[in-house]
Design a binder for this molecule. Structure first.
Ligand SMILES: C[S@@+](CC[C@H](N)C(=O)[O-])C[C@H]1O[C@@H](n2cnc3c(N)ncnc32)[C@H](O)[C@@H]1O
Length: 329
């Protein structure tokens, strides 16, 4: 699956740190401090951000955590690993990573880039001390064909088979994410994962806007079916807790904290520009199976024009966020 974001994603979403991670900094500092106090060797401390995009949204958090380490030791090596899929814009990430390193002015800080799929192992065994992963678990690991929907939402124009395929895929992805991290974490290490959920009406509006292109004859039935954004936004608290119930050799972590909060996304922004930054490539992927690039792009533009009309009374999108913190036993 050729999955990536537009290069303006991070600029358009530049307040993601304030929205997603800032409210959890107190709790994470407290738990991470306990882990640092318990570390009884002088190995490097490794901090990882999975699905970092161009890095912009994680640097404020990294600064705070690096200060925590420096309060305890000025000389200890700190490795920051910035992960994203190989399709990410790594040029932009490299520039931002270099600027971050300069700004930190710390001789013992090393910033590294790690192309890899977070649903698999990306780092060596027992290496991570602190990990973050914000706003990526809603992307499933492969595309699922949905006959009538652009973005999956339950209960409308979706078959039981489609529903069960995407729900199982999302459950397996979450389990694989935890299994992979469990392998990579040091004893006592912690990972924070921010998982968005709900926002059903927005998904419904997107799907019906795309379906109308089929009804107007702009796209064919085949194109309607080929074009699905590989996303699952409907995990429940039970789904989130499920993998932690099977602690064994492969999942050797415990759920430390699970909470949910309401979020207002894209406030004071052009909602369609913001969502275009993560929808566009998946749509092009589907449409380019039958159209050339220009035709596919024109269809996307008609879709976003129509979406603007259908969302004209919205000042923001409401959804919820699960904050999950787990720890290696
Ligand atoms: C919505 S952006 C979030 C970026 C950033 N974490 C933030 O909070 O602003 C999702 C990012 O996750 C990446 N991503 C999606 N699936 C991934 C996977 N399986 N492994 C690693 N990165 C992934 C995408 O390439 C994209 O950069």
């Amino acid at each position: 699956m050729e999955f990536k974001m537009n290069t303006d994603y991070s600029l358009l979403n530049s307040n993601n740190f304030d929205l997603f991670l800032a409210p959890r900094v107190g709790k994470l500092t407290e738990i991470f401090s306990r882990h640092l106090d318990a570390v009884d060797d002088d190995r490097a401390i490794n901090i990882v951000d999975f699905g970092t995009n161009d890095g912009r949204n994680i640097f404020p958090f990294l600064k705070i955590m690096i200060e925590q380490i420096r309060c305890r030791s000025t000389k200890r090596d700190i490795n920051v690993v910035l992960n994203d899929l190989p399709t990410n814009d790594f040029n932009e990430l490299s520039k931002n990573a270099e600027a971050f390193q300069k700004d930190m002015n710390d001789q013992c800080l090393y910033v590294m880039i790690n192309p890899g799929n977070a649903y698999r192992r990306c780092l060596p065994r027992s290496s991570i001390d602190l990990g973050t992963c914000t706003f990526i678990l809603q992307w499933v690991s492969r595309s699922v064909k949905l006959k009538n929907q652009l973005l999956y939402f339950p209960d409308h124009m979706v078959s039981d088979l489609e529903k069960s395929e995407i729900t199982c895929l999302a459950a397996n992805d979450w389990k694989s994410f935890i299994q992979s991290r469990s392998w990579e974490m040091k004893k006592g290490a912690i990972i924070h994962v921010g998982i968005p959920t709900a926002c059903k009406d927005f998904f419904q509006i997107c799907s019906s806007t795309f379906y109308q292109l089929f009804q107007k004859g702009v796209i064919s039935k085949e194109e309607l079916q080929n074009t699905t954004i590989p996303m699952y936004h409907f995990r429940s608290e039970t789904d989130i807790k499920a993998p932690f119930k099977d602690i064994d050799k492969e999942i050797d972590v415990k759920l430390l904290d699970l909470s949910t909060r309401k979020l207002r996304h894209y406030e004071n922004k052009d909602i369609v520009d913001c969502v275009r930054s993560w929808m566009y490539h998946s749509m092009m992927d589907g449409l380019c199976q039958t159209r050339n690039n220009d035709e596919a792009n024109d269809i996307c533009e008609s879709f976003f024009d129509d979406l603007k009309v259908h969302l004209s009374d919205r000042k923001w999108l409401d959804f919820e966020m699960f904050d999950v913190i787990f720890q290696k036993l």
